[in-house]
Design a protein around this ligand. Structure first.
Ligand SMILES: CC(C)(COP(=O)(O)OP(=O)(O)OC[C@H]1O[C@@H](n2cnc3c(N)ncnc32)[C@H](O)[C@@H]1OP(=O)(O)O)[C@@H](O)C(=O)NCCC(=O)NCCS
Length: 167
């Protein structure tokens, strides 16, 4: 029988019991170097939002995770996204994009005006992120500006402007 992982993928909000498997996947995907990233400085003061964070399952196996955090950019309520990780042998099947779409839609419904992250624009542009939309966003540390990305969720809101700060 041919495995068709995309049809079997189930995406659910992250629950407390998912945490050990989600943390283990993030550790495998990023290693200890992740703690020196500027995103980690943001996560130190941001509010973790379990209802905006999702795990992807094939059967009982957790194979992907995306987390979001509540912050403000200036006065605007913004979701800060990351980490995003998919189990290495299952990459390229669309799971990452599926997790991103789910996370952004949840943030939109919750009233956030944008999602901000630090990552590779060629990948995240597939779901509407751009460095241009994040041009006014200031992060709490040195960062390659080309990797600071935003996806507007409310097109009536003014452009993001100011430091990323606690909500
Ligand atoms: C990045 C990651 C989450 C993507 O998950 P995935 O399930 O493989 O993603 P998808 O299947 O939805 O998309 C895969 C496509 O994106 C492309 N892609 C993946 N990472 C990319 C990157 N950094 N830059 C540009 N394109 C990328 C793949 O080449 C593939 O292209 P194709 O559709 O033309 O074949 C996964 O590779 C991962 O966990 N990596 C390690 C952790 C990481 O780097 N996370 C992101 C931090 S910013």
């Amino acid at each position: 029988m041919t495995l068709q992982p995309q049809t079997q993928l189930v995406i659910l909000p992250e629950r407390a019991q998912d945490r050990p498997a989600a943390e283990a996947l993030i550790e495998r995907a990023f290693g200890p170097g992740r703690f020196v990233k500027v995103s980690e400085r943001v996560r130190e003061f941001a509010d973790y939002q379990p209802d905006l964070s999702f795990c992807a399952f094939l059967g009982d196996r957790l194979v992907g995770v995306v987390r979001q955090w509540r912050v403000r950019v200036g006065d605007a309520p913004v979701a800060f996204l990351g980490p995003l990780a998919v189990e290495s042998e299952l990459r390229g099947a669309g799971f990452g994009i599926a997790l991103l779409e789910r996370a952004c839609e949840a943030a939109r419904r919750a009233g956030y005006v944008a999602v901000v992250l630090v990552g590779d624009e060629p990948y995240y542009a597939r779901v509407g992120f751009s460095a241009a939309a994040a041009a006014g966003v200031e992060l709490p540390g040195p960062v390659d500006r080309r990797r600071v990305l935003a996806k507007p969720l409310d097109f009536d809101a003014p452009p993001l402007e100011g430091p990323v700060r606690p909500a």
